[in-house]
Design a protein around this ligand. Structure first.
Ligand code: MSP
Length: 706
């Protein structure tokens, strides 16, 4: 990714004019433009400038991958959607008509397997699972969005029509597929591509051999056209190192790809050969077209195609950058204008993933600090494109220090002073003192740079800019000491002017943060005494001076300090299940986690741990969590409550009646508000499999285990 500091020497100009000249594409594709001398000189690490469209409406259409729903959303899978929502809000606040398409990828083998495990048919299973995605999007304040389920009839009809055209024009032919398949990745591989012991090169789980009748898409015949497309659109794949990866795959030469499966029942049938269903990946890509409102029976009716932006993680650019454009070329529609490939969120040094049992759910974070804390972390922590390490601690830290201490305090200082010195009404701009020009200038510069950086998908750097203004405003208060100026009536004008500048600065801070932390930004807006919905008002409010005489709103703490849940703060964790979801998910990540040394303890040390037999009398899920199970156990001493993070593997009712070892003298800990007074034990392997330790014979509860 290119990085430079060119933003700093730009001159100040009105915000809307700047936005109009900004280069975000809105559906019209054009070759890269060279920078004209009249263009502003902002830094562009992700996006190169394009011409504004000369025709059509001012639209912006972006997509997230559609998610496999054999698992509930976690912080890895939610990332793309939150980032997409931030970009969508930014575009809406610019006044654009925005469409965000997301959805669920339901026609996969994984769905069938997961449904079977849950004892359900695939479709009812999907109906259930898809709710978790809508719930997560609601919790994370994502919207509006268009959600495409690939089991919907509108999608199936489009897929059948799309591929029928390709088949009829000779782009699809029949053959036999012989190779390897990784079900978790739903991807075909050649033997050469596999890792030793036939492991999938992507997820390193076992792939299996497949040989079946199949249809193939003549991807190889699009090699040259794709090469030209990449040459004409040098910013199609961002960051550029991902583009280079795609180019080198293109240069290795393209093979035709399998587009159907004849060994599966679940999926969308090929209209010309009903023994086959479409290979899940090729039809999933068309969910974007379904969501765009494109009507194949009325291709001239209004729709949003092509997308301005596809967002995805680094495991799937091949399908988006090579396979999909070729499919669209064959059909006769343009590919997306651009795609951004972001990195992974890592936990304990590996990709956060359900299969490894290493996940933090959005619910856990939102419960603690609301959606804005997580949205802020996602956007601020790493630039789009790079991997990042995530933990509950890191999220809490950013929330407490940046949102709470820096931003929250600024407001907490300004509002009471306004009440005290100006009867709660924002003063006239007056004549600023000579030193005040700096704050005014910085406010304007930060505003322009941030909007530009957001437009270039540099969210983290944009936020950094905003916080430079937050810090400058705090410093301004520290240095100017308004409480001293208030004692000097002869400096009243200067005093008022300084306040007016501060109000403009904070107002702009709120507006600039609105795409990222929409709820908090609106609350700041209202506490400043301003009215209306910030998302609807958009960035044009930045053009106006802060209206003097505005009566400030009711001040209330914005980012109350968040304490880490007790158990998660512990550095060393047993393998056991006590508090597992919060602990094993949040974790002390790479840096903090020491390699486990087989340090020795004495017999006396061991005897200090009191392990007893405990019989589970009743068990139920802790409300609002997937993993925590609350158990009433007979400990031979009148009973106690034990909470364990095993709900993702065990059903509560299956636990009742088991007698198992329980650590009885561990300090009690509160988990999601429930006091746990004991810890049961479980083994967990690298693949995330969890197995409870259970006593194999009836034994009196309370018996000591040594
Ligand atoms: N169904 C396909 C996408 C089809 S799009 C036409 C798929 N689904 S997925 O549920 O496995 O992943 C969806 C997206 O979430 C992918 O881009 C994936 O890489 C991303 N993430 C899943 N775990 C992630 C992290 N730990 N970190 C960041 N993103 C990750 O692939």
């Amino acid at each position: 990714m290119r990085q430079n500091g060119a933003a700093s020497d730009c001159s100040v100009e009105p915000i809307l004019r700047l936005l109009k000249r900004s280069t975000l594409s809105t559906g019209a594709r054009g070759p890269q433009q060279s920078k004209s001398p009249t263009q502003p000189c902002y830094n562009m690490a992700l996006v190169s400038r394009r011409e504004e469209p000369t025709t059509g409406t001012d639209r912006f259409f972006l997509t997230t991958p559609i998610y496999y729903i054999n698992a509930r959303p976690h912080l890895g899978t939610c990332y793309t959607t939150v980032i997409a929502d931030i970009i969508a809000r930014y575009q809406r606040m610019r006044g654009r008509d925005v469409l965000l398409v997301t959805g669920s990828d339901e026609n996969s083998q994984k769905t069938v397997i997961a449904a079977k495990e849950a004892g359900e048919e695939p479709l009812p299973y999907c109906d259930q699972m898809v709710k978790h995605y809508h719930d997560a999007w609601r919790e994370l304040n994502i919207g509006p969005y268009e959600f495409v389920r690939t089991t919907e009839a509108r999608h199936a009809r489009l897929v059948q029509h799309f591929f029928s055209r390709l088949y009829e024009q000779g782009d699809i032919y029949q053959g036999t597929y012989s190779g390897w398949y990784c079900t978790p990745c739903e991807t075909f591989f050649t033997e050469r591509e596999l890792k030793p012991e036939n492991l999938c090169p992507k997820c390193e789980r076992p792939a299996h051999p497949v040989e079946e009748e199949a249809y193939f898409f003549r991807l190889s015949t699009y090699e040259e056209r794709l090469r030209r497309f990449f040459a004409d659109h040098p910013d199609f794949v961002l960051p550029s190192f991902r583009r280079n990866e795609m180019l080198s795959r293109l240069n290795e030469g393209l093979q035709d790809i399998c587009v159907s499966r004849s060994s599966l029942e679940w999926g969308i049938r090929l209209p010309w050969d009903e023994k086959h269903v479409f290979y899940v990946w090729v039809e999933a890509l068309l969910a974007y077209l379904t969501g765009s409102g494109y009507r194949f029976d009325e291709p001239d009716s209004a729709h949003y195609w092509p997308p301005d932006l596809h967002l995805m993680a680094k495991d799937i650019p091949w399908f988006h950058a090579i396979v999909f454009p070729a499919m669209l070329m064959a059909y006769g529609l343009p590919p997306a204008n651009q795609m951004i490939v972001h990195g992974y969120w890592l936990i304990r040094g590996g990709k956060m993933s359900k299969s490894k049992g290493l996940v933090i759910t959005p619910h856990e974070v939102v419960d603690l600090m609301g959606a804005d804390g997580l949205r802020y972390f996602y956007a601020r922590e790493v630039p789009l494109g790079l991997d990042g390490t995530i933990s509950l601690e890191a999220i809490v830290e950013r929330y407490n220090f940046e949102l709470g201490n820096d931003l929250g305090n600024l407001l907490n200082r300004l509002l009471p002073m306004t009440e005290r010195y100006f009867d709660g009404a924002v003063p006239e701009q007056g004549t600023p003192a000579s030193g005040d020009a700096e704050l005014a200038e910085l406010t304007e510069k930060v505003t322009q740079r941030t909007l530009q950086l957001y437009g270039d998908y540099e969210l983290s750097r944009g936020i950094e800019e905003v916080f430079s203004l937050v810090r400058a405003a705090n410093k301004y208060i520290d240095e100017r000491k308004p409480w001293e100026l208030a004692q000097q009536p002869q400096r009243k004008d200067e005093f008022s002017a300084g306040f007016s500048l501060l109000f403009t600065a904070i107002r702009n801070i709120a507006v600039l943060l609105a795409p990222v932390i929409p709820t908090s930004a609106q609350r700041i807006w209202e506490q400043l005494g301003l009215t209306g919905d910030l998302q609807e008002l958009g960035f044009s409010v930045l053009e106006e001076p802060f209206p003097a005489g505005t009566h400030i709103g009711h001040a209330e703490p914005l980012f109350p300090r968040v304490e880490m849940p007790e158990r998660t703060a512990e550095p060393a964790k047993p393998v056991g299940a006590h508090a597992a979801p919060d602990i094993h998910t949040t974790g002390e990540l790479q840096t903090k986690e020491e390699p486990m040394e087989a340090s020795q303890i004495t017999f006396d040390d061991f005897m200090r741990v009191e392990i007893i037999a405990a019989k589970i009398l009743s068990a139920e899920r802790v409300e609002g969590t997937d993993k925590l199970i609350k158990m009433n156990v007979d400990d031979g001493r009148g009973g106690r409550v034990c909470v364990a993070g095993i709900g993702h593997v065990y059903e509560p009712e299956k636990l009742v009646g088991l007698t198992l070892p329980m650590v009885a003298n561990l300090k009690p800990a509160k988990l999601r508000g429930v006091l746990s007074e004991g810890m049961i034990l479980a083994a967990q392997d690298d693949a995330g499999n969890l197995s409870l330790v259970v006593l194999d014979k009836d034994i009196a509860p309370g018996s000591r285990i040594t």
